[in-house]
Design a protein. Structure first.
Lengths: 116, 111
């Protein structure tokens, strides 16, 4: 069974600094996808970044990058140059990549607070 | 430019009074999902449609039903809402193997 672990319930970061949100996963599948979503207080889940298990390079999307360490089964999200608008809940999620419509498995989330 | 639309954004209902939440999408995705998210928790999948094929999660209460009359629309029916059903309800869509895109959610309050 798939499992996602986010060990940081809450994080604080100074504006303009970088921050790393931890995510480890457990799966017996060789093919899978890893996702990060941001959920502001408004409630909408906003897709940030995706990493496939066979991708050799770490995914990057603007200020977001995913530090993928397959052997350690970790997929940490790095946010560079934090902004006040980055304050939100962040969820790591995983899905078996080659199983059609297999749903996402979410971690419990990390609440990030950016301080001015 | 909204891709996944949920109506209403806020819904207040009375204990035991049926309520329907709606979701529509302009992405032409063949998979649509309904999640329930309670305060400070991760989203919990209730069910999903792959085209017209309905897939219910094993622990989804019978009180929750869903309809998908066409590709664009999907409805969540709560037949007899209880106080414990107060939550954020999130709709998401995807194609096979692709990223799920979420709507803004509907906050349900049960009085």
């Amino acid at each position: 069974a798939q499992k996602i672990t986010q060990t940081q319930p809450g994080m604080f970061v100074q504006e303009k600094e970088a921050v790393t949100l931890d995510c480890t996963y457990d799966t017996s599948d060789q093919s899978y996808g890893l996702f990060w979503y941001k959920q502001p207080s408004s409630g909408e889940m906003i897709f940030l970044i995706y990493q496939g298990s066979y991708d050799e390079q770490n995914a990057t999307e603007g200020r977001y990058s995913l530090n993928f360490q397959k052997a350690r089964k970790s997929a940490n999200l790095v946010i560079s140059a934090s902004q006040l608008g980055d304050s939100a809940m962040y969820f790591c999620a995983m899905r078996e990549a080659y199983s059609g419509n297999t749903p996402l498995v979410f971690g419990k989330g990390t609440r990030l607070s950016v301080i001015a | 430019d909204a891709m996944v639309i949920q109506n209403p954004r806020y819904q207040v209902t009375q204990f035991g009074k049926p309520v329907t939440l709606s979701c529509s999408q302009t992405l032409n995705h063949n998979v649509m999902y309904w999640y329930q998210q309670k305060s400070s928790q991760a989203p919990k999948l209730l069910f999903h449609y792959y085209d017209k094929d309905f897939n219910n999660e094993a622990d989804t209460p019978d009180n929750f039903q869903s309809r998908r009359p066409n590709t664009s629309f999907c409805f969540l029916d709560i037949r007899s809402p209880g106080l414990g059903d107060a939550a954020m309800y999130l709709c998401a869509t995807s194609t096979i193997l692709e990223t799920q895109y979420f709507g803004p959610g509907t906050r349900l309050l049960v009085l």
